[in-house]
Design a protein around this ligand. Structure first.
Ligand code: PLP
Length: 464
């Protein structure tokens, strides 16, 4: 069959169920087909060139076509293409990467569990907490608290902690049984009361969390999961003092803090990890995405030594630790992860990204006065622009998401790959972008925003 854009489009429609895609609309519109990529640029099947404003899905930190990572994967495939780590088997590259990851954690020691995605890693987090609480004789301590608009993946348990509606609708999630709860979104712009300071808003949210824990019974609550900055929920930067107040509630009731660093980890927020930016002391950490710069599917969970010791002490009673994936610790993924971390360190990628932050944030924030922009927010090389129907009242568009969707079409037409989070546009370029490429992203966005504003006005969507 000849490969033309039209045949590819039809073959896609005939054969693929697309994640996070409107199923019937996709049958009409068809896909955007990408064919090759290099650095922060990607090309479609019609030869159009785009610059990446979302690093794939918040993951291609080192950009596309990195020769060293390709060579590493090839070499590892030749040497040892696969070896399971089930039943006490191991390989050096898996050990080396685990040692490296432990050394990056904000606590001493630790043990690493490997998975293939952020979702399965967060499922692992939940299972480890349940296993641990069984092992320490607290079998009733099992409830997990996520946050409305938090994103932790889509598997049954991690998806239950996700607080974004489409992840639940039609899938009978959250799982029932009362183990999956949600607390407030820490978004001052949207949810603070009139005149409420960031600090007071943070206090109120911490009080609400405390009340939730007390209502459920602290002896039944095992863990709280949070991204340092909520990414898919709209790049929501927590209000000042939020995490300090939340963490003291968690400590008071022996509720473990699971830090989801799937997006914020590896230099994204202007520091090596989100826990550096917000001075967090997590009990366990989830990593994925930029761990391999998306050159291989790989995730990792790191838990503290004392948690592991409790599990070990109960091993005779519990029997085999029956959790793991065929590809846990896949040697090719581990080798690529290790090389990615080496490049981050050797090429001072996190420092360079931090140095780009003022320019990136200044260009981002230059949209704050635009009549259709309600809020601009972000940290490091992560940001968002939220559109509103009325700047004064912060009114949402009706129906929500239409303006975001239209803006993305304009961005695509102008050679910019970006993702709408409802009517909020998320920005998360590869960490290797140059200042000129940051300008290119925002110049293209500005042009797209102008066209979107004209359209929204013509459609009568702005309620001024
Ligand atoms: N956690 C966070 C913070 C995420 O943003 C994501 C994905 O975007 C996940 C977990 C789930 O990762 P995956 O899609 O690899 O399962």
């Amino acid at each position: 069959m000849s490969v033309t854009p039209e045949t590819l489009k039809q073959r896609d429609i005939d054969s693929i169920i697309h994640p996070y895609t409107h199923l019937s609309k996709h049958l009409e519109t068809g896909p955007l087909v990408f064919t090759r990529a290099e650095g922060p640029y990607i090309w479609d099947d019609k030869g159009n060139k785009y610059i990446e404003a979302l690093a794939g899905l918040w993951c291609t930190a080192l950009g596309y076509g990195n020769e060293e990572l390709c060579q590493t994967a090839y070499d590892q495939m030749k040497e040892l293409s696969y070896a399971p780590i089930f039943a006490g088997k191991t390989h050096e590259v898996g050990i080396e990467l685990a040692e490296k990851l432990k050394s990056l954690m904000p606590f001493d020691g630790g043990k690493v569990f490997y998975g293939n995605s952020g979702s399965d890693a967060n499922d692992t987090q939940i299972k480890l907490l349940w296993y641990y609480n069984n092992a320490r004789g607290k079998p009733e301590k099992k409830k997990m608290i996520g946050r409305v608009k938090g994103y932790h993946g889509i598997t049954m348990a991690a998806g239950s902690l996700t607080g974004i509606l489409p992840s639940h609708t039609g899938f009978d999630l959250p799982l029932d049984g009362g183990r999956f709860l949600h607390t407030d979104t820490p978004h001052h712009y949207r949810y603070a009361e009139d005149g409420e300071s960031e600090e007071d808003f943070a206090t109120r949210l911490a009080n609400n969390l405390e009340q939730l824990i007390l209502k459920e019974g602290p002896e039944t609550v095992a863990g709280f999961i949070a991204e340092p900055i909520m990414a898919a929920g709209g790049v929501i930067v927590p209000p000042r003092t939020y995490f300090q107040k939340i963490q003291s509630v968690l400590e008071k009731y022996d509720v473990m803090y699971v830090d989801d660093e799937v997006v914020c980890g590896f230099g994204r927020t202007g520091n090596p990890f989100g826990y550096d930016t917000f001075e967090l002391q997590p009990d366990t950490v989830t990593m994925a995405k930029a761990l391999t710069s998306a050159y291989q599917p790989l995730s990792a969970v790191v838990i503290k030594d004392d948690m592991f010791k409790t599990m070990v002490d109960a091993a005779d009673e519990m029997g085999v630790f029956g959790h793991g994936y065929t590809y846990s610790g896949h040697p090719v993924a581990c080798a690529v992860g290790l090389k990615t971390l080496e490049i981050y360190e050797r090429d001072e990628i996190f420092d360079k990204a931090a140095a780009l932050t003022p320019h990136f944030q200044q260009r981002l924030r230059s949209f704050a006065d635009h009549p259709m922009v309600g809020e601009v927010r972000g940290a490091g090389l992560l940001g968002a622009i939220e559109f509103v129907a009325n700047k004064e009242t912060k009114a949402l568009f009706d129906p929500p998401g239409t303006v975001g969707a239209h803006c993305v079409q304009q961005c695509h037409a102008n050679g910019l790959v970006i993702r709408p989070l409802g009517d909020t546009m998320g920005f998360c370029p590869p960490l290797i972008v140059t200042p000129e490429q940051i300008d290119e992203i925002f110049d293209k966005f500005e042009k797209s925003l102008d066209a979107t504003t004209q359209w929204a006005m013509a459609e009568g969507l702005l309620k001024t």
